[in-house]
Design a protein around this ligand. Structure first.
Ligand SMILES: *Cc1c(COP(=O)(O)O)cnc(C)c1O
Length: 424
């Protein structure tokens, strides 16, 4: 095994600023030289089984030839043109196909380049919808404890502050209204009572349906979403589902909201949209929301437009990714992963410091009593050949949907073994 770190790492590390990282104390990141399928190859020749699918994006595994081919062909013909005044087939076809998948009512797609920005656009759509209806006082967004919606200023305001790690910006971030998810009758009544007093200043409710991802893979029943839809309708406010994590099969259905048989007014998509290859996000609005902007007044237009909006390479990758949901048995694979995660993580329930083990679709989470030493835990997983990184006190697996059973078994075994004898 080669041991020397590559020169680009040593030379470049002095000039890079890494995400969520105390640069002084954190170990240098591991040099990756190649990806393939469910594997990450390091510079020293080690091959890791990826338990995270690169922040939940690489749902078909890495380097899928169908996506690679589509992006290559797009690169040769039309990599990018501005989206103001110009249109191209990949973006418009992708918009049509996304609406077809989302089902009736969700009709208009606004493309951006990151999940956070797609949530920003959803918030702007909701607020301006009311502004255009002569209700400009509806500025508040109701979001939920445990939620995460991004790192930009507008989205920080709708994150659970404990999840979003945003204390450094207190005072600069607009305050929004954070509530408990209505997971039982008492909480539903509390939220409803609050809405009775404040609904005329509320633009929208915002929630991650079924699973709050970055907040620690917190899961709730579909009935919670039905309650939120019902409350939104009763109080005449919009409902936004942030499906950036849950969308594209992760929870067992193409979109999580399908399991609740309710539909949002606005939905945000990103992460697995391009199968983990290129940055792209979408904010999809219902006919009602879109019609709120349909007017002879230029001031009623949606005032947003990222430079790289509707990037043709990213749209081509997304179209190819959608093809794979049709040509390969993705949702059946997710059902298989769900069974494997349930079986494979079950032994963790007996461990003394384990608070909860939960599974939904291709998401398996083991919640510990308290946050472990993440670096030590990561090293133990690396020794087991697995790429796994806890979120606070939650150790989780979100594998690619194509992961074969024997690799899933190696991941769940690694979690069980490492947590049974956690590193000091
Ligand atoms: C990751 C995530 C975001 C933010 O997406 P970025 O692309 O990182 O900006 C927003 N909402 C949810 C639910 C996410 O999981």
């Amino acid at each position: 095994m080669k041991t020397a770190l590559p020169a680009w790492l040593a030379d470049g590390h002095r000039h890079i600023w890494l995400p969520y990282t105390q640069m002084k104390t954190a170990a240098a990141p591991m040099p990756v030289v190649r990806t393939q399928g469910t594997h990450i190859e390091l510079a020293d020749g080690r091959i890791l089984i990826d338990g995270i699918a690169s922040w939940w994006t690489a749902c078909h595994g890495y380097n899928h030839p169908h996506i690679a081919q589509a992006v290559r062909a797009q690169l040769d013909s039309l990599p990018h043109v501005m989206f103001g005044g110009l249109a191209h087939e990949p973006a418009l076809t992708l918009a049509r196909r996304l609406c077809g998948l989302l089902g009736p009512g969700l009709e208009r797609v606004f493309f951006t380049e990151s999940g956070s920005v797609s949530v920003e656009v959803a918030l702007k759509m909701a607020m301006q919808y009311w502004f255009n209806q002569d209700e400009p006082q509806r500025r508040r967004i109701v979001a939920f404890r445990g939620g995460y919606h991004g790192d930009t200023f507008g989205t920080m305001a709708v994150c659970d502050p404990g999840v979003g790690m945003h204390a450094a910006f207190d005072g600069a971030v607009p305050r929004q209204d954070l509530h408990e998810l209505p997971t039982d009758d008492a909480r539903a009544e509390a939220l409803d009572a609050w809405l009775r007093g404040h609904a005329d200043h509320v633009a929208a409710l915002l929630v991650e349906p079924l699973v709050q991802g970055a907040g620690g893979m917190r899961m709730h029943a579909p009935a919670v979403l039905a309650r939120l839809r019902e409350m939104a309708d009763r109080h005449g406010i919009l409902l936004i589902f942030d499906e950036i994590f849950t969308g594209f099969g992760r929870t067992g259905t193409m979109f999580a909201f399908e399991q609740a048989s309710v539909r949002p007014d606005i939905v945000t998509l990103s992460k697995a949209l391009t199968g983990g290859t290129l940055p792209l996000a979408a904010t999809v609005a219902s006919r009602r929301v879109f019609e709120g902007f349909w007017s002879d007044d230029p001031a009623h237009a949606l005032m947003h437009g990222p430079t790289y909006m509707g990037n043709a390479l990213a749209c081509a990758a997304a179209l190819a990714s959608l093809d794979l949901f049709e040509t390969e048995p993705r949702l059946a694979q997710v059902r298989g992963i769900e069974r494997a995660l349930r079986d494979g993580l079950a032994p963790c329930k007996a461990l003394p410091h384990v608070r909860d083990v939960r599974v939904q679709g291709a998401i398996g989470a083991v919640e510990l009593d308290r946050a472990p030493d993440r670096a030590a835990l990561c090293r133990a997983f690396l020794d087991a050949g697995a790429w796994i990184r806890p979120l606070g006190s939650v150790v989780y697996l979100t594998p690619a949907f194509v992961m074969p059973p024997e690799e899933l078994r190696r991941l769940t075994d690694a979690v069980c073994t490492v947590l049974a004898a956690p590193p000091a």
